[in-house]
Design a protein around this ligand. Sequence first.
Ligand code: NDP
Ligand code: HSE
Length: 441
Amino acid sequence: MTATDAHARPARELGVAVLGMGNVGAEVVRIITENAEDLRARIGAPLVIRGIAVRDTARDRGVPEELLTEDAAALVARDDVDIVIEVVGGIEPPRSLIRSALENGKSVVTANKALLADYTGELADAAAKAHVDLYFEAAVAGAIPVIRPLMQSLAGDTVQRVAGIVNGTTNFILSAMAQTGADYDSTLAEAGRLGYAEADPTADVEGYDAAAKAAILASIAFHSRVTMADVYREGISSITAEDLASAAKFDCTIKLLSICERITEADGSERISARVYPALIPLSHPLATVNGAYNAVVVEAENAGRLMFYGQGAGGAPTASAVMGDVVMAARNKVHSGRGPLESTYAELPVAPIAEVPTRYYVAMKVADRPGVLEGVAGEFAKHGVSIAAVRQEGDGEETRLIVITHRAPDGALAGTVQALEGMEAVTAVSSVLRMEGTDE
Ligand code: NDP
Ligand code: HSE
């Protein structure tokens, strides 16, 4: 046989099992079906869907009935399946299904950040042992390529910070509240209808989804194992229209940020900070213009400097695009009997508690409208060593609100200040305590 004959020999089919046919899975199936010829040319072998696992096979989904199955385990175990695409979500059954797939020599592509945030270690070990791929570009920031740039393009650099907006649902809600004054509940319902929100949207609005993504990003960026439990988390459910209006008066907006930082101590030792919270950012900050379900991730690396990744962070088709990028990579590796890069956790950097990471704060309180109140309030900040950067009074009479923006202060000092403010007779309530990011002070 000549080299030309070998090259011309048709490659064997690559069998694909799709687990889940919801927002993302339906788009994955559509792309594999509609783009079959191009995918075959790019991979060097045809991709053939062997089956699609769902909960309810009775529903018409526009695919041949015989492809649908409720027995995901049996589908994953088929000898003619080479690549498993997991777009079900949640911990079980995906964890067992993915493990079983990897242990049986199938490469896996998943969008499941909730699973990866806690189980990347065991799944990556199983993939390494079986010499197959475990890819998850779609797990962070939807369509935006950020996992592969961090894992491969920046593999020779030292990443200092990865920060951004990585949850589409909350960004959609906060943008709508800020821009049109839309109310929180109806905007959340709309995010669900558009396929952005998780099956349980609490994961979005309480910051769990963004925290899972922060754990994944921090692990890759800092070559260390970071899990959900390491990520400090606050959600957006207590953000009010008043907070957004007050932020605007300080030329700021409010975004749910995911921040992963390398902290270098005076003695040269290093730690990681991984945190998720709604924060005020100046309107001039690049993240302030990221609206709707769009996400953006800013990476700062020692030699590359600052890189910004921007695009659709949620939704069926954008997420399926990232899934399919991984599928093509895994399929090419199958064709060439290779595998992609392994995860790297050699640095083993510890994670700093939030109490040891100073930030700036925005504190809003309802106060009595009479002389001396501002002095008393400022006194409490001073007593706790928290320096004030700006103060603003809004409204009058019963509706008087005092907004204080601080310089950087440790979490503990701010917590002590808030407790003292809540004990003041002139302070009716401390209504909001938010952080402020994106400024040099
Ligand atoms: P959906 O809830 O829309 O779809 C889930 C699918 O999984 C459904 O088809 C459902 O079946 C099926 N399913 C659920 N349980 C089982 C089971 N036990 N066995 C077999 N099939 C099952 O989720 P999404 O498509 O929105 O999300 C899927 C994954 O992608 C999640 O991990 C999510 O976090 C992630 N992701 C989602 C994004 C988005 O914008 N939606 C963006 C990035 C990642 P049935 O149809 O019968 O109910
Ligand atoms: N629920 C997630 C979001 C989907 O809103 O960002 C994308 O990961």
